[in-house]
Design a binder for this molecule. Structure first.
Ligand code: GLV
Length: 308
């Protein structure tokens, strides 16, 4: 980017308090980054902005309608992260079922002084029912691992049916209630929107099996964290794993951290060295194309071109 444009850098979470950021925005044509909370107020400060390039597949930080109204392009980085993210989510799933993070601590803390007590045994993953809420590209990559690698039966719930996935992975489309009641693993993979706020709350946990394991690989706002905490503490479900939280970074004394049966990761799903690099390249290409006035490959609001 530096070869073609003047680039100004800002550190994570610091830009909002940095007066240089506001000054820079006033004459900026493009913004590239991860998770910048784009508000109307922020856009008002950026009269020359043409494009915002997210280095992520999720774009819940971008108000697409407002951006389209102002003629500002928005882009994301889909596909290159599907398998990496699915690996991470499957890793969390296995870790939660086999209690790997808890047992890792058990070994390293020196507590392993006798034959492992049966209270510490976990649950099987193979041949179980895997329910996926949100059968998008990453959901499919998770389902593929479950079906081909672990002989799991795949249930899914999605806005639309996916006959291709049903055929390839023998996946069964079911209602949300059926998915919650039948699945051994409930994996949440829907993008965040106004409709998905606290999609999983007390009512949903109470419909799950007591031996269910819940995984959130989507966005923190999709899950009611109080309800998750209670479900884990009261044995409403058996365990959970999450890569995402309502507030990130998670505050140090958050009460979810006291749950032994919760596997936590710091929003790392797509972030391997290899995939972060690929995402950066995709995002840079999007930005570069947009700044030249052409339609970027991963444009999220193509209506701004159609209206021209
Ligand atoms: C990660 O959460 C992403 O949206 O890419």
């Amino acid at each position: 980017m530096e070869k073609e444009f003047e680039v100004v850098y800002f550190e994570n979470n610091e830009y909002l308090d940095d007066p240089r950021f506001v000054q820079t925005l006033q004459k900026t044509a493009g913004v590239i980054g991860l998770g910048l909370n784009v508000t109307k107020e922020l856009l008002d400060l950026a009269p020359t902005l043409k494009i915002i390039s997210n280095v992520s597949v999720g774009y819940d930080n971008l108000p697409l309608e407002e951006l389209s109204k102002r003629g500002i392009m928005a882009t994301n980085t889909p596909d290159v992260l599907n398998d990496t993210t699915a690996d991470a989510i499957f890793g969390i799933l296995i870790a939660a079922a086999r209690r790997m993070t808890e047992l890792d601590h058990y070994v390293k803390s020196g507590a392993w002084t006798e034959l492992l007590p049966p209270e510490l045994f976990g649950l099987d993953v193979h041949h179980k029912k895997l329910g996926i809420i949100g059968m998008g590209r990453i959901g499919q990559a998770i389902a593929k691992r479950g079906h081909f690698g672990f002989d799991m039966e795949i249930l899914y719930h999605n806005r639309s049916r996916r006959p291709d996935v049903e055929e390839l992975l023998n996946a069964h489309y079911v209602s949300m209630d059926e998915l919650l009641a039948e699945s051994d693993f409930v994996c949440l993979m829907v993008p965040a929107s106004l409709e998905t706020k606290n999609l999983i709350s007390y009512g949903e946990f109470s419909k799950m099996k007591r031996t269910a394991i819940f995984i959130n690989g989507s966005r923190g706002q999709n899950v009611d964290e109080e309800a998750l905490y209670d479900a884990l503490q009261n044995g409403t479900i058996w365990a959970a794993g999450t890569d995402v939280f309502k507030e990130e970074p998670l505050p140090a004394h958050h009460k979810l951290l006291t749950c032994k049966n919760l596997v936590t990761l710091p929003h790392i799903g797509s972030s391997t060295a290899e995939t972060e690099h690929k995402m950066s390249v995709v995002a840079a290409k999007n930005l570069q194309t947009g700044l030249k006035g052409q339609q970027p490959p991963n444009l999220l609001n193509p209506n701004i071109f159609l209206n021209q």
